[in-house]
Design a protein around this ligand. Structure first.
Ligand SMILES: Nc1ncnc2c1ncn2[C@@H]1O[C@H](COP(=O)(O)OP(=O)(O)OP(=O)(O)O)[C@@H](O)[C@H]1O
Ligand SMILES: [Mg+2]
Length: 206
């Protein structure tokens, strides 16, 4: 079955994708790519695109790979990653179906950026962010785009959930071959993230 979203309400949008509520499950979201995302990638990385088997959906598949990869080790904590249900054909092309994370009032969960801007960032958030950093520095998940907009607060689980930015962009990723290299790459992202968070807090308080 092909899902139809054109002309219906978008629930959220990032730089690459639009999000819609799944027509049959209101707790599921469907993420579809903006044509612009494909165009920019093909234009900016013509050589990489040439060698990619998947020229449009490599990012989608890479996210799924990370979701599966962390389950290779049954001891790894999985609560920090959004739950991927699968894929769905839509009138925007292939979409990714995920479990939505919501606030108590039923609206989409706030991102870390929202919490800081709205002055709702509390001690419990800080503690949970540190727990997430610790997890990132000890698991071999490949985190590419670790941004303030890609973390949302799950009030039910009382932790942050990474909803985007997983998987490498490279055709052959060193990060997937060398675990310690990947751990270092994740650690670097944590350091940069801390700086961006401090900067945002300063802006909000100034
Ligand atoms: N599973 C989810 N539950 C709740 N909100 C979500 C979920 N996934 C995404 N969102 C919200 O939608 C926004 C856009 O989603 P997402 O980050 O997946 O899109 P994107 O276009 O790939 O982002 P980017 O701009 O980083 O490329 C997120 O910043 C977040 O606010
Ligand atoms: Mg995003």
């Amino acid at each position: 079955m092909k899902l139809t979203f054109k002309g219906t309400q978008v629930v959220s949008q990032g730089g690459s994708r639009k999000l819609f509520v799944h027509p049959e499950r209101e707790d599921w979201l469907v993420k579809v790519y903006l044509q612009r995302f494909h165009d920019v990638n093909i234009e900016r990385y013509p050589l990489t695109t040439r060698f990619r088997r998947l020229k449009l959906y490599w990012a989608l598949v890479n996210e799924i790979i990370e979701f599966v990869a962390i389950r290779e080790n049954p001891k790894t904590e999985t609560k920090y990653l959004q739950t991927i249900i699968g894929t769905a054909d839509t009138d925007y092309g292939l979409g990714m179906v995920v479990e939505g994370v919501f606030s108590e009032d039923g609206s989409l969960a706030p991102t870390l950026r929202d919490l800081v801007i709205e002055n709702k960032y509390q001690e419990k958030h800080q503690q949970e962010l540190e727990a997430l950093f610790k997890w990132m520095e000890n698991t071999d998940v490949i985190i590419r785009d670790f941004s303030l907009d890609n973390l949302v607060w799950d009030y039910k689980k009382q932790c942050f959930v990474i909803v985007d930015g997983l998987g490498s962009k490279a055709v052959l990723s060193l990060r997937s071959f060398f675990k310690t290299y990947n751990l270092r790459a994740n650690k670097n992202r944590v350091e940069k993230f801390r700086i961006r968070l401090d900067r945002l807090k300063q802006e909000v308080n100034s």
